[in-house]
Design a protein around this ligand. Structure first.
Ligand SMILES: Nc1ncnc2c1ncn2[C@@H]1O[C@H](COP(=O)(O)OP(=O)(O)O)[C@@H](O)[C@H]1O
Ligand SMILES: [Mg+2]
Length: 225
């Protein structure tokens, strides 16, 4: 599977919104798709439906398969309370049948070290998929520690990092600190929308997300032919 894996410094940090923005930004460069391998809190929480709407996605741009668990908790706990164990093989199965002609924006659940089962974490899923990671972080106070920890944990596992997207009111000092101490590019600063709509998000993505086009290698690889 080609594409990028969108992780974050926390749950509720803006991963789903950034995924939808990435669809707006990169579908003009080639065939893209969105996939949520593990969703808890389902069906009330349905990031796939959110991205379908916020990203104005066509059916072919959505892989609607994956582990779906009812309790809105960490995957390992949501699974345990549902009487099942998440098996990495089951998580990965949709990736094997997903179109190889598309680049996929894959969204994690929670943050990088959230457990999937007794042995494995979200980081093991990223490694198994062999996708580079994009980290979604908030822009406000506290983001430096959370972002640097997430970047260190990615590097400790030799997982490639494509950059950080910050969400919330612009904070130039926090951006500078993340770029300097984290040694990563900040690919965008997404403001807090007073009304988060498909149109507003699309306009922001096209004008501000990854203006350097540094994700093109991952997002438009196979599709130029
Ligand atoms: N830039 C933004 N402006 C306004 N609301 C946002 C923005 N980014 C995220 N949100 C809202 O914050 C909540 C969490 O965002 P979400 O993208 O679902 O986070 P995650 O996928 O990391 O759990 C959602 O209700 C979403 O609509
Ligand atoms: Mg989400």
């Amino acid at each position: 599977m080609k594409g990028i894996f969108v992780t974050g410094t926390d749950t509720g940090i803006g991963k789903t919104t950034v995924c939808a923005a990435l669809l707006h930004r990169y579908r003009r460069c080639g065939a893209l798709g969105y996939w949520k391998p593990v969703q808890t809190g389902w069906p009330e929480d349905d990031d796939t439906a959110t991205v379908r709407a916020l990203g104005a996605c066509a059916d072919a741009e959505i892989c609607d398969e994956g582990i779906r668990l009812p309790r809105p908790l960490s995957p390992h706990l949501s699974a345990r309370l549902h009487g099942v164990t998440i098996q990495m093989g089951d998580v990965l199965r949709p990736a094997q049948s997903a179109s190889q002609k598309r680049a996929w924006v894959v969204e994690g659940a929670g943050g990088l070290l959230v457990p999937l089962n007794d042995e494995q974490k979200m980081s093991d899923l990223i490694a198994a998929l062999r996708l580079p990671a994009l980290v979604v972080a908030r822009s406000s106070l506290g983001t430096i520690i959370h972002t640097l920890l997430t970047l260190e944990a990615l590097r400790a596992r030799s997982l490639p990092i494509v950059g950080v997207v910050m969400v919330g009111e612009r904070n130039a000092e926090n951006r500078r600190a993340i770029e300097q101490y984290g040694r990563v590019p900040v690919l965008g600063e997404m403001m807090q929308f007073s009304r988060l709509t498909t149109e507003a998000l699309g306009a922001w993505a096209l004008s501000e997300l990854d203006a350097q086009n540094s994700l093109a290698t991952w997002m438009a690889q196979e599709v130029r032919a």
